[in-house]
Ligand binder design. Structure first.
Ligand SMILES: Cc1cc2nc3c(=O)[nH]c(=O)nc-3n(C[C@H](O)[C@H](O)[C@H](O)COP(=O)(O)O)c2cc1C
Length: 142
């Protein structure tokens, strides 16, 4: 039995990465991820990406490939480790555009979450489960 792994990273979106390029990234996800049994979400704002991947151990190899993509820069790996069950089983690559106001709104009620999120987008190391919980919240309500 292959065990399940999760991976979260953030990066800075390059100015040349317009909406058309986002569509191309999603096309690559749709084309490549299902056969590798990779699911997850890709959140993007004007200046940032946050991607959450779940699959077998080799998602680290996918991250190695994505890291060198010139549509973003300064990738920071926040979390990579074993996972009990998929958080996003039905999304080969869910995606969502986030804006700053929404981020502020979503995190306004909870100081701890706000801090976690701020440190995620600043690229500071965070514990895996904290980051994942926030991503779930953003994806479903954002
Ligand atoms: C933020 C970001 C996330 C990406 N996520 C994925 C992904 O989950 N799966 C994937 O195959 N490619 C992803 N890509 C694209 C890869 O870097 C690469 O362009 C693509 O895998 C090449 O696929 P191809 O050889 O089939 O054209 C991502 C790129 C960026 C900038």
């Amino acid at each position: 039995m292959t065990s399940l792994y999760q991976l979260v990273y953030t990066s800075l979106r390059n100015p040349s990465c317009n909406e058309q390029e986002i569509e191309k990234i999603l096309d690559a996800c749709r084309k490549n991820n299902p056969s590798k049994n990779v699911t997850g979400i890709l959140l993007h704002s004007e200046n940032h990406f946050i991607q959450y991947l779940e699959g077998d151990k080799d998602i680290i190899k996918l991250y190695d490939l994505i890291k060198d993509d010139n549509r973003h820069r300064r990738p920071v790996l926040l979390s990579y480790g074993p996972l009990k069950e998929r958080v996003f089983p039905s999304w080969h690559m869910g995606y969502k555009s986030l804006n700053k106001e929404r981020i502020n709104f979503l995190t306004a009620g909870d100081q701890r979450e706000k801090e976690v999120f701020q440190s995620i987008i600043k690229g500071e190391q965070q514990s895996g489960s904290g980051a994942i919980n926030l991503l779930v919240k953003f994806f479903h309500k954002g």
